[in-house]
Ligand binder design. Structure first.
Ligand SMILES: *Cc1c(COP(=O)(O)O)cnc(C)c1O
Length: 426
């Protein structure tokens, strides 16, 4: 189908995410993808510099993942996951728990990042409920993003994105983002709230807050926050939906920490970013609080596609790729290349707050009007990059790169050059 016809039909019937349909420009019409390259129906190519919304880690159309998917399809596509199990889910659960801290042994399957977070919240609230303890508060960080379902929205930054629903959210205590002077202030705020003894759980995106603009903070602060939560018997949830799978330079962000969580949420790159799958992994201690002769004490939660055999097979294949040294060589190389580029970036008058964590490079464009998701810089940068055959997705005036790990030297250098060209155009 040609582009014009396709876009007419799209406009007539498709409602796109995070999009004001009245003012939005025509979307790209992508018909094929290979490694880091997206192809549109006019034959134009784009480097997928944001890994298709932060999910794609090994590149598009990876032959090894394709093989795993095809083989699984011919064997078993999907089966109800209550009262049935299957080899790929068992294998995945065993592998995931062997990769996570020793106490995290129990894997609950769902569909995406938001559901992985919903499940974590339900586990935390019901854990205390089952133990007959009245702990109902949650502490989250200022600027948090944990997904777009109601529970996940409740624990996220309040604002334009969720204003119409605000009256439906449960109460959450937000503490300052731990940057510079706010580091100790945030811990003081946390302790004040924790002291009440009413906190069921704390939740963080460890080390990098994605939607807040790839904002980075240090592992030592997180260790201190987690220690405080432990002192006052609150559960600790790490939302690693974005930070896992090598993004931060290690397999998981919590690999940089000494203190470990009770619950971890995983999704996005879990399947290499090609099929939706969410996991919520909990300690035996949490799991055991749901064991009881009464059904009502169980975690009565599930989704139609829970434990999809196709998604599990691809996730297992993706884990195989993470066992190959080449994957880690690429991750290290991207970080090094970004670090080298930062030297050029640092001296640019329009650049501030540069951050580098593993494969994620971010900085803020000086606008004279502070940070704003609706900054016009966003559209200018997006269009500028598109024109040069690169697809980015700025968060307001914050620009970042988090490409698939198979990106070539030529492609990464091109992204860096286009960034500088864009800054020079301002
Ligand atoms: C993307 C994201 C989510 C939500 O995941 P979806 O798959 O989009 O529902 C949750 N938490 C974090 C940290 C994320 O980056």
């Amino acid at each position: 189908m040609d582009r014009t016809t396709a876009l007419e039909k799209d406009k007539k019937h498709v409602w796109h995410p995070f999009t004001q349909m009245q003012t939005a420009k025509d979307p790209l019409h992508i018909v094929r993808a290979e490694a880091t390259t997206l192809f549109d129906s006019d034959g134009r190519t784009y480097i997928d510099a944001n890994s298709s919304w932060w999910v794609n880690v090994h590149g598009h159309g990876h032959p090894y993942l394709a093989q795993a998917l095809n083989e699984q399809f011919s064997q078993l596509d999907h089966v109800i996951f209550a009262g049935a199990t299957h080899p790929q889910a068992i294998k995945l659960a065993e592998r995931i728990s062997s990769l996570l801290p020793a106490k995290l042994e129990k894997v609950f399957f769902s569909d995406d990042g938001s559901t992985a977070v919903e499940v974590a919240l339900k586990m935390a609230f019901q854990y205390w409920y089952n133990k007959n303890e009245s702990k109902k508060r949650v502490i989250a960080l200022d600027g948090a993003y944990h997904g777009d379902t109601f529970g996940a929205m409740s624990i996220g930054q309040r604002g334009t994105f969720n204003k119409p629903f605000e009256h439906l959210f449960f109460d959450v205590d937000f503490i300052d983002f731990p940057k510079d002077d706010a580091r100790s202030q945030a811990l003081i705020q946390a302790e004040q709230i924790l002291k009440s003894g009413e906190v069921a759980a704390i939740i963080v995106e460890p080390l990098v807050q994605g939607s807040a603009g790839m904002r980075m903070y240090d592992a030592a602060w997180l260790d201190a926050f987690v220690s405080l939560a432990r002192k006052y018997h609150a559960l600790v949830i790490f939302d690693e939906v974005m930070t896992a799978w090598g993004r931060t330079g290690k397999l998981f962000a919590h690999n940089f920490c000494e203190q470990q969580p009770d619950i971890i949420c995983l999704s996005k790159g879990l399947t290499g970013g090609i099929l939706p799958l969410g996991l919520t992994v909990a300690t035996d201690e949490i799991y055991n609080a749901f064991l009881h002769p009464e059904t009502a004490k169980a975690l009565l939660h599930g989704h139609s596609f829970t434990g999809s055999a196709l998604a599990c097979a691809v996730a297992n294949a993706s884990l195989d790729l993470f066992e190959q040294p080449e994957t880690w060589d690429s991750i290290e190389w991207i970080e090094e290349r970004h670090r080298y580029f930062i030297e050029a970036l640092k001296t640019h008058p329009k650049v501030k707050e540069i951050g580098l964590c593993g494969t994620i490079l971010r900085f803020e464009v000086e606008t004279g009007e502070g940070n704003n998701y609706f900054s016009s810089i966003r559209d200018r940068a997006y269009d500028f990059f598109l024109e040069k055959g690169c697809l980015i997705r700025p968060l307001g005036n914050i620009l970042y790169l988090n490409p698939p790990y198979c990106i070539s030297e030529e492609e990464l250098d091109k992204l860096h050059v286009v960034l500088l060209d864009f800054l020079d155009s301002l």
